[in-house]
Design a protein. Sequence first.
Lengths: 334, 352, 291
Amino acid sequence: MAGSGQAPLRDDPNVLLSIADLEIEFPVGKGEVVHAVSGISFDVAEGETLGIVGESGCGKSTVARSIIRLNSIKSGSVDYQGHNLASLEGEPLRKIRPDLQMIFQDPISSLNPRRKIRDVISEGLAVWGDEHGAWSQDRIEELMVAVGIDPKFGARRPHQFSGGQCQRIGIARALALDPKVLICDEPVSALDVSVQAQILNLLQDMKERYGLTVLFISHDLSVVKNVSDRIIVMYLGKACEIGSAEELYARPRHPYTRALLASIPEPAPTVDVSEGDIAGELPSPINPPTGCRFNTRCGHTTDICFTDEPMMQRVGDADHYLACHHPVEIAVSV
Amino acid sequence: MAEVQLSVRDLTVRFPTERGVVEAVNGVTFDLEKGQTLGIVGESGSGKSVTAKTLMNLLPRTAEIDGEVTFEGEDVRKIAAEGRQHFWGVKMTMVFQDPMTSLNPVKKCGEQIAETLRYHMGRDKKTALAEAVDLLGQVGIPEPAKRVDQYPHELSGGLRQRVVIAMALACEPSLLIADEPTTAVDVTVQKHLLDLLDRLRRERHMSMILITHDLGVARGRCDDVAVMYAGRIVERAQTETLFSDSRHPYADALLRSIPRIDQPSHTRLEPIPGRPPELINSPVQCAYAPRCRYAQPDCLDSIPAVQGVMGTHEFACHHPANTDRGREALAANVAAGRNAAGLEVIGYAGGN
Amino acid sequence: MSATITPDAIDDEVAGAVQKTLGIAFWVAIAWIVIISLAALLAPVLPIKDPHAIATGPPRVGPSMDNLFGTDALGRDVFSRTIWGARISLAVGFLGIFLGVVVGGALGIVAGYFKGKIDQVVSFGFFTLLSFPALVLALLITASLNRSLLTVAMTLGILGIAPIGRLARASTLVFAEREFVQASRVIGAKNGRIIIRELLPNVLIPMGALTLLGMGISIVAEGSLAFLGLSVEGEAISWGKSIVDGSQTRDLDNNPHVAMFPIFAMFLTVMALNFAGDRIREYTDVKETAF
């Protein structure tokens, strides 16, 4: 998988966010380090929804949180409108924050249990002077209605609301700063099935209404397909495959992507169920395999897979990039 | 027609709480045939886990239980009252969502399995341990002789769950209840675990009750599926029937609200508005009516009785989906713009 | 046209929090605390005997119409001395814990939020304080300074810094990892604002309940100091000193009332504080979810 390799970076004037060769590590004592993200490159164009999908330990959440510097970044750049977020510190970093907001995974834990929800939602405005972008303190009620929370409940506290409602409150909080980019870290994973659809629809509505660019992180392949224009598949800190949602699900070429699609309870029609039978366990991120990180479990390996990291390469003319020494061939009519 | 192994009649479970009595399970009735896999699908608060725990005698003492549960001809509630020791864990076992709740963090994995064998089956130490190694192999754990001496925290989530399955199957039960066994694991691990359960089930001629909130899992792995809502079974059918020709509006709405991989990107989802009801002092009406697109005045007056063919396709609804009666009700609501409970109702994209 | 049903249209009433009451026993406890505090405050103007005046009645005599709680060895009125004793005991209790909470709490929160070097230094400080035998510390302070009310309170306060500080630090460590704190950072709030608006209410409110419990501990601690002769000096009256006065073996055998009344006063007050603190802790223990 692409250690270095900036092939997926598109030459597009509409690109809003561009991440190049991002590397993130976490120390874990005894001088050892978790290689959470090891050289990923991608970009997001304005108005696009980019989905990042993968299983636990792949680094998708870490990537998302690093963009807004909730983690420290070892190396690489995060370019947003001419600023490199990876190298900004202090006040300059803080000033950019309103542009990039986040929705968290656990809706209830993401709200201060001791504050009224109206205060929680308007916190951003309170920080930045009661007015920011399109919103102001007197228009908070409008924002609450937009996300489906009755303003008359503004004085209540988070524990008086359901998970779905708490997530709406979190969305309102993020939108109050009129951001350009909304990063959603598993926003529906903790919610009941029937509520997930409410929130997904809401996110889509908000995106359209307020012209947002969205990064959507999830482990759920169906959800990711539903919300995304483009998708990145990650494994053990690397990007395997990047492409438009339709392209990726119709013509997946990386063995890991295919394994994922074959493993879901109602497998995608474009892969064979047996492709989900990948052997073994996830290797340790402290000592990831050399060469292609998927080599311990892939059924198509040859010698080169154990020595050389595959670089990201474009597949034909399509919006489809792949890091694999032996991409799976696709029959023409699928 | 295979023999009935488990028979549940009018099971009702109530919990007294500070705010009132919660009716977690309300008149649940179903049969399970020997060798069958029944999926129970529902969201939080539907009563599916409480039902499972009732079967396994795992409820707190404050629970008030009514109804009959018969397993292989024996009255399970009587067995519970007698305090019989070698029933649960032997004839009927359970696997939970989080393996760490079933595994003792300070005991080696092999020892925990061996313990079950010694206690229930009277094996001696050496034999029990040897059988434990064998069981670990059967559940697909590589190098079982090594793993037997490891502690739970040394294993990954998927492997831990396999250990739990090994523990559950050690005494060769005839019924396995799995409560969200794969919810906490990744999708590739989920497939392996569900494949494993399928294989073990067939090899041991075991029946299984698979509880899940994931409709896809139910569809792929179960013979029959029962959908629970607010403590009741609102529909039960053979799997394909449920997914292609459901009757209860909740089941129908649930199927429409989940994103599917065969849909194009950005397909608008049809969410179910509102939230499941409080289970305290529930009014005498259909619990789903406030959220139901089909709801008519009679839905607010009485609890719908179960109709249909028991064991093939049953449902409890006054105006079921995919029937003429239901279609009329829906059309009336769309025309009026609201259902009988005042919920706004608009036509779906693509009709119906 | 697809269904865009307003999701919360059918919710009239969001599920309310469980209506918890503090309970009648709580209010009784509060009533006692208020009564004893008022009595202490108003002691100089209350129509009670001069606590220092000797021979207000026959010495070592039990409760009578003249002396409600009886008299001590010097004929001083025990009732009056008990009320006057409350002044010092409660003041010590309040001031002592106040110092512990303010200083210990602040240090603990800062250590838990910033972690790293700051945490190492503060934790080492706590560790050192905790390793110091309490009595030695009390002796050191009172020997080098004086034994005024302020000094005694300060001693107890210093002893409270480390335990309270560690509690505050542990609590802060937990909350600082919570997503709502990260959310504040993402919004662009500065550290100061995050600590004050997000962490403080969560860390301090449970600590407030412990403050009441801590007051109880301080009051009893003053009693211990009195037994070692380390409580307030001179003529000043505290419950501890009164108990010591009345605890000569001869007195305990023959006229136990001299010690018993201040003992009861201390006992009731500490119990009331414990109970109230506990009830507040339960009451403010916010449930994380209603579902």
